[in-house]
Ligand binder design. Structure first.
Ligand code: B4P
Length: 191
């Protein structure tokens, strides 16, 4: 199985490049951000609780997102692999993901981290906020909070995969196609 974690700060291009990966490798896309936004638009109690945190730029509790991923893995038993987009975002989530995959006789093949500087991230998110109306993309203070959450809780997840020799970086600035070519080069090595 080919299981890829696509990693990077908010706005690095994870969602964008996940689409390219799905098209080329026919993997199942699991984006915790998308799943949470789905819960919000369906008005579930999980969605209502998550919305408060997401609108403030804060992470949703580990047990909530781990439960969501566990359900999705169970629902996709025949998948030939997964792209994990925006998950794991804490070391506890990374450990839980390893356990879930072990129970399916599988493992993470590699983490690909997209590297983008802060100024560019803020520019992209504010531009998307204008187009999409996504509440967490519209306010520079909330974007700052998301980057702080990334720095204090998420960045260390890279060390977790580095320790397993599963960590790869790709420059995330430039054309979407050019960045994808470099991502695909890493994926070919993993596959
Ligand atoms: P996400 O939905 O994961 O949001 P994100 O980090 O902003 O990444 P996204 O994938 O959407 O953006 P992308 O970089 O593709 O999370 C939202 C919130 O959900 C979190 O803040 C948190 O509250 C919660 N959450 C989600 N997962 C969680 C977890 N595991 N644990 C706890 N909480 C969780 O794209 C950004 C913009 O850049 C786009 O407009 C795109 O068009 C543009 N772009 C992309 N590539 C470009 C390029 N090369 N050049 C120019 N623009 C580009």
């Amino acid at each position: 199985m080919l299981n890829i974690v696509l990693f990077g700060p908010p706005g690095a291009g994870k969602g964008t490049q996940s689409q390219n990966l799905i098209n080329k490798y026919a993997l199942v896309h699991l984006s915790t951000g998308d799943i949470l936004r789905g819960e919000i638009s369906s008005g579930t109690s999980l969605g209502l609780a998550a919305k408060k945190l997401m609108d403030e730029g804060l992470l949703v509790p580990d047990e909530v997102v781990i439960g969501m991923i566990s359900n999705k893995l169970d629902q996709n038993q025949d998948a030939k692999g997964f792209i994990f987009d925006g998950f794991p975002r804490t070391v506890a989530q990374a450990e839980a993901l390893d356990q879930l995959l072990v129970s399916k006789q599988s493992a993470i093949s590699g983490m690909i981290a997209l590297e983008v500087d802060q100024e560019e991230l803020e520019k992209r998110l504010l531009a998307r906020g204008k187009e999409s109306g996504r509440p967490d993309d519209q306010n520079p203070e909330i974007i700052k909070k998301r980057v702080q959450e990334y720095t204090s809780k998420t960045a260390q997840v890279a060390n977790y995969y580095q320790a397993q020799n599963k960590f790869y970086t790709v420059k995330g600035i430039g054309s979407i196609e050019g960045i994808f070519e470099n991502i695909a080069k890493v994926v070919e090595k993993l596959g």
